[in-house]
Design a protein. Structure first.
Length: 182
């Protein structure tokens, strides 16, 4: 992981103080379904226990996607963890097609930019939560590679029993950054 070893997912009592700009890209397509969409939101809120939220620590943004990507909130929208976690519970399920490539492109062009709260001295991390069945796998990998060329670390979380491991492996910065939530 790009953050210190102390910022792993192993010790829930030890919060990470590293300066990271963390964007969650949340699949809200019809293939994910509402039950798995709620699992995605639960995963995000559980993972936030690992981070101290604040301008000198972690900033969090969320984008949902189906046929089109939708910014739920920018990196600089919340400096308060309880308010952030509450906002995540209120994100609506959209349905639609799985246009992952367009969503990653949106994150690259609209989230990891200064006007959205991106900080030049923070490590950019994208966490993609998806069933891993994009409409255009080749274009999805191309967009992921564009982000990786900008030194953005990409982590993938496969949601549901049908998550495509091969597509998720292509997205990530390191094969160890693929996780599954069933």
């Amino acid at each position: 992981m790009p953050v210190r070893q102390s910022c792993g997912f192993s010790d829930p009592d030890e919060a990470c103080h590293d300066k990271v700009d963390l964007v969650y890209l949340v699949d809200s397509s019809g293939s994910v379904g509402s039950i798995n969409f709620n699992k995605e939101k639960e995963f995000i809120n559980n993972s936030l226990s690992q981070f101290v939220i604040g301008y000198n620590d972690a900033l969090v943004g969320v984008v949902t996607f189906s046929t089109v990507p939708r910014e739920q909130f920018k990196l600089n929208a919340f400096l308060d963890k309880p308010a952030l976690k509450y906002a995540i519970t209120k994100i609506p399920y959209l349905t639609g097609n799985t246009h992952t490539a367009e969503a990653i492109n949106f994150v690259n062009n609209h989230m990891f930019i200064p006007s959205a709260g991106d900080r030049p001295d923070a490590q950019n991390i994208l966490v993609v939560l998806t069933d891993g069945r994009s409409g255009d796998p080749a274009k999805t990998l191309q967009e992921a590679n564009r982000l990786k060329q900008r030194n953005t670390v990409i982590i993938a979380v496969g949601i549901g029993s049908g998550a495509s491991k091969s597509e998720l492996n292509g997205l990530v910065s390191n094969p160890a950054y693929v996780f599954f939530c069933k």
